[in-house]
Design a protein around this ligand. Structure first.
Ligand SMILES: Nc1ccn([C@@H]2O[C@H](COP(=O)(O)OP(=O)(O)OP(=O)(O)O)[C@@H](O)[C@H]2O)c(=O)n1
Ligand SMILES: C[C@](O)(CO)[C@H](O)COP(=O)(O)O
Length: 237
């Protein structure tokens, strides 16, 4: 007998990996910089490879990129990266549908540059979102006091942070819903769409917040590499 619930709940992973990493200041895009002995994106991929509920992993790279092109059965590559992260994700979703995913399947979109994600955190998001009608994202309540700045670099107010969260990835939604939500912003260059949840929110739906970890930070600035290296090395010890 076919297990219908499993067939309905397939989870794909989509890793946008086509950025230039301009804030990191590296010669090659930051996601390919060596961290703890491997290109950063390889650590991200290794975490997803250890989650049995992920049916397939697709990495979206920039056209012409060949940094990940060594044979590896745990992921596929599509060289369809766009000018923005949202465009890379939008193009990757189209590729997933070409590869046999259906609009009803789930997709977990995860920054290649968040190389400290763990299988347990991915599983926690899947567990929380599978029973949910909308889907959701890993996120963190603000750990610090939040200031409002004026253009002159001075503070004019301290904001209430009780209802503020920092968005992380993965962000998990139905492929069809996310594709349609992003398509609505394609004509204006995905302006204001900085993550998957923001596109879903614009449809009126309310993504679920699932508590992530401070260790799941995005390597963005030069000083972030040493921290990522230290955490990864400590996990291997
Ligand atoms: N056109 C783009 C831009 C970003 N990304 C990916 O989206 C993730 C998060 O983006 P971010 O950290 O902002 O990366 P960059 O855009 O590369 O960084 P920067 O803004 O400093 O240039 C990264 O894995 C990055 O490779 C992408 O696939 N396509
Ligand atoms: C998607 C994201 O990781 C959520 O925090 C983040 O917005 C991506 O980084 P960017 O600097 O906004 O491109």
């Amino acid at each position: 007998m076919i297990n219908v619930s499993v067939a309905q709940d397939r989870c794909f992973a989509l890793l946008p990996c086509a950025g230039s990493g301009s804030r990191a200041g590296t010669a090659t895009p930051k996601q390919y910089q060596p961290v703890a002995g491997q290109p950063m994106a390889r650590h991200t991929l290794a975490a997803f490879a250890r989650v049995p509920r992920i049916t397939q992993v697709l990495v979206v790279v920039a056209p012409g990129d060949n940094f990940l092109h060594t044979p590896d059965a745990t992921f596929s590559i599509a060289a369809c990266g766009g000018a923005t992260r949202a465009e890379s994700v939008f193009n990757g979703l189209k590729q997933l549908l070409v590869m046999g995913a259906t609009p009803h399947d789930w997709v977990l979109v995860h920054d290649a540059a968040r190389c400290l994600i763990t299988p347990a955190q991915i599983d926690a998001l899947i567990d929380a979102c599978l029973p949910d009608a909308v889907g959701g994202l890993l996120a963190l309540p603000l750990p610090d006091t939040l200031k409002h700045a004026r253009a002159n670099g001075r503070v004019d107010a301290t904001l209430d942070r009780a209802d503020k969260w920092l968005a992380q990835t993965p962000q998990m939604f139905r492929i069809g819903a996310l594709h349609a939500a992003l398509a609505a912003h394609a004509a204006n260059g995905f302006a204001g769409i900085t993550d998957e949840a923001s596109a879903i929110e614009a449809t009126g739906a309310q993504p679920l917040l699932v508590r992530g970890s401070a260790q799941n930070f995005k390597v963005t600035y030069p000083e972030d590499f040493a921290l990522a290296e230290a955490v990864l090395t400590s996990r291997d010890a």
